[in-house]
Design a binder for this molecule. Structure first.
Ligand code: TNX
Length: 507
């Protein structure tokens, strides 16, 4: 039985038995890390030091033991076993990633004050005696952060990674480019960030917005996330959602004489990349740089919401469609995605794309169906791997309640229950469809959220619910709410100010 509200882990572990007694950590507690377990040990030390002052020095007879143990292979790459008795804490996993997940469980088992970023002395640092065997339901458990609509400093993105890791999420999908901003430098195209990284205002507010990352910041972010078992998956939008790039390099558009600015409105923009060779060269050069900076096996190529207006009006696009033997301009979208994906594949990476309908993308793509879960099922039945991202349960830019005090967002409401009810692979789906579901992720679009405080208000606690739907096979809403109530104390210790059940933020 794993329903133990007195040990309120989020996400809920696969199985847990709680026993009487507690293990106490103090200055003399030592940690023995077996071969391959050193990084997980270092992560725990680093996490505990600021609040507790406990250093967990290495020692061969340490009472906390971290071990890689091939015998736990059945638990998969991220599974782990944890035993806490009054005498010892033993964390074991077949792979280092499993130990990293176990470290997050240990952080949650300690008093919430242990999560604070400064000294919290006078607390007894104890763990409940228990036995946990845990493994994720899905291998892809992510959150997309849109840093294109509103740029966030690299230091904040690192904090976001910490919050993902605490909830055993393992993918940060960075939405780096869009109509309103381009945030990643590409040496061959310096105007992408110089011109594309700045817009005059946002939706009529009269305030300029700008920002981009340096290559060094992105490289450091990747390393920071990797230490926590989080992969950073970059997204470069094409062929639509590309107006910031068109502002920087008009020759990439469909009417090179037209001068555009990075878009200052939200929504779907009609300006899209052209389909001539210079555009394909551009995309390849950008992806060479992207794959150099981001080692993740997947790169996201966008692909959503590409109006055909410009291609229909463009003789060059018509000529391209004819030359490629396509039935018309509408088929250029699939052709564009396939052509650019081929380059990515040649670099040893796998292409991801948003899927509007579940049927429009060429074969090599792993797709993120964002409209209806049914699109995901259809894409999976066509043989695509899918990462479920249906907007009604994973889009965190919708208000969390109908309360008029809720900050402005997209039209509609996505409450905590809707986030919790996201089932990435419903029981009624065919086994052939379920087999293709890699997992699910939250989407934090930022048209209406520009500051870290606004982002965190939107993300919490809905991201806790998403983490549970991605990690746990258990579905138990009352139990989740009960654990979440205690989990809020942890979020408070971390300075996260999410939505609480009965309050809305001050305007
Ligand atoms: C649709 S879903 C978009 C984004 C917006 C979002 C707002 C998708 C792939 N595209 O460009 O930010 O809706 O909810």
């Amino acid at each position: 039985m794993s329903r133990h509200p007195e040990v309120p882990l989020v996400p809920r572990p696969d199985s847990m038995t709680v026993q009487p007694g507690r293990f106490t950590l103090d200055d003399r507690t030592a940690l023995r890390a077996g071969p391959g377990a050193e990084d997980a040990a270092a992560l725990l030390r680093e996490a505990l030091a600021p609040a507790t002052g406990i250093r967990l020095p290495p020692a061969p007879d340490g009472r906390i033991v971290f071990l890689l143990d091939p015998a736990l292979g059945d638990l998969g790459a991220e599974g782990y076993g944890l035993t806490v008795s009054t005498e010892a804490v033993v964390l074991r996993a077949a792979r280092p990633e499993g130990l990293l997940r176990g470290v997050q469980t240990l952080r949650q088992l300690l008093p919430p004050a242990s999560l604070a970023d400064g000294p919290r002395r006078g607390t007894a640092w104890t763990l409940p005696c228990l036995r946990i065997t845990d493994r994720p339901r899905f291998g892809w458990r992510g959150a997309m952060l849109d840093v294109a609509r509103h740029h966030q400093p690299a230091a904040y993105v690192r904090r976001f990674v910490d919050l993902l890791a605490l909830h055993k999420l393992n993918v940060l999908h960075l939405h780096l480019t869009d109509d309103q901003g381009w945030r990643m430098p590409v040496p061959a195209y310096p105007r992408l960030t110089e011109v594309g990284g700045r817009r005059a205002e946002s939706d009529g507010n009269g305030l300029p917005h700008e920002g981009s990352y340096s290559r060094a910041e992105l490289v450091a972010l990747v390393a920071y996330a990797a230490r926590r078992g989080v992969a950073v998956v970059p997204e470069i939008e094409m062929p639509g959602h590309a107006r910031a790039a068109l502002a920087a390099y008009p020759h990439l558009g469909n009417s090179p004489g037209t001068r555009l600015q990075p878009w200052t409105r939200w929504g779907v923009c009609e300006n899209v990349f052209g389909v001539h060779d210079a555009v394909l060269d551009f995309c390849r050069t950008v992806l060479d740089e992207v794959t150099d900076v981001f080692p993740a096996p997947y790169v996201h190529l966008g692909g959503d919401e590409c109006p055909l207006t410009e291609w229909r009006a463009s003789p060059a696009a018509g000529a391209r469609a004819a030359a490629e033997g396509l039935p018309g301009p509408a088929a250029l979208h699939g052709w564009f995605m396939r052509t650019v994906a081929a380059h990515l594949t040649s670099l040893g990476r796998r292409p991801l794309a948003w899927s509007d309908t579940g049927t429009e993308l060429p074969a090599p793509f792993t797709v993120l169906p964002w409209r209806d879960p049914e699109h995901g099922r259809r894409a999976a039945l066509r043989g695509h791997d899918v990462i479920m991202a249906p907007f009604r349960s994973t889009y965190l830019d919708y208000p969390q309640s109908a309360d008029p005090g809720e900050p402005r967002g997209q039209d509609g409401v996505l409450d905590l229950r809707a986030a919790y009810d996201n089932d990435p692979a419903p029981a009624h789906w065919e086994p052939e469809a379920v087999r293709h579901v890699l997992g699910t992720q939250a989407q934090l679009w930022t048209e209406y959220a520009s500051t870290p405080a606004q982002l965190e208000y939107l993300a919490f606690p809905r991201l806790c619910a998403l983490a549970e739907t991605a990690w746990s096979t258990h579905r138990d809403w009352p139990d989740f709410l009960h654990r979440l109530d205690r989990h809020r104390t942890r979020l408070a210790a971390l300075g996260v100010r999410g939505r609480t059940p009965h309050t809305v933020p001050a305007p």
